[in-house]
Design a protein around this ligand. Sequence first.
Ligand SMILES: C[S@@+](CC[C@H](N)C(=O)[O-])C[C@H]1O[C@@H](n2cnc3c(N)ncnc32)[C@H](O)[C@@H]1O
Length: 180
Amino acid sequence: MLLKDIIKKLRTKGAIAPSSRFLVNKMLSKIDYTQDLDILQLGFGNGVFTKEIIRRSTTNSSLTIFEIDKNCRKYKLDNKRITYVEDSAEKISLYFEDKKFDHIISTLPFASLQREVSQNIFKEIKQHLKKNGKFLQFQYSLFSRKDFNKLCKEKPKIDFELLNLPPAFIYEKTKYCDMG
Ligand SMILES: C[S@@+](CC[C@H](N)C(=O)[O-])C[C@H]1O[C@@H](n2cnc3c(N)ncnc32)[C@H](O)[C@@H]1O
């Protein structure tokens, strides 16, 4: 891949390659799937996280996805447990007014989103996550750490996965964090 292609991909998708199975596993293993869950996924890409969430969760669990890029449609999975919304994660409330999700798993490229867009999405996350729910997010740098710190009163846990291109940090809003 040429440097100009890499830069273009980073700007539009916030990534140069789909997440590795190591990153997917490390991030998703932070959730307990023994109960039926209502999960929200932000950013679908080519569905690497989605396939694994569906595989791990119970047959009565549901998964709602927000993905803004219409080019990702071709990777959509035909599964009745999935609700796929082709729109920005800024608009969760428009589709799911007062609904609260058990957990929110995000692969959004916050470091390359406009500040206003990121702030709007953070507001939505706060509004739609159950009190004891987890918010999981990976990023390729710690640049957005301050924004994640503002999400709740306690600092999020940070984990790291080397076996990804590029290596990634995983932010985890813990179960008992008070989002105020
Ligand atoms: C870094 S890619 C992750 C793709 C895939 N989940 C993975 O891990 O390989 C980020 C995805 O978020 C999507 N995205 C970016 N901004 C968005 C927004 N405001 N709302 C919903 N999806 C968005 C992009 O189109 C892209 O598919």
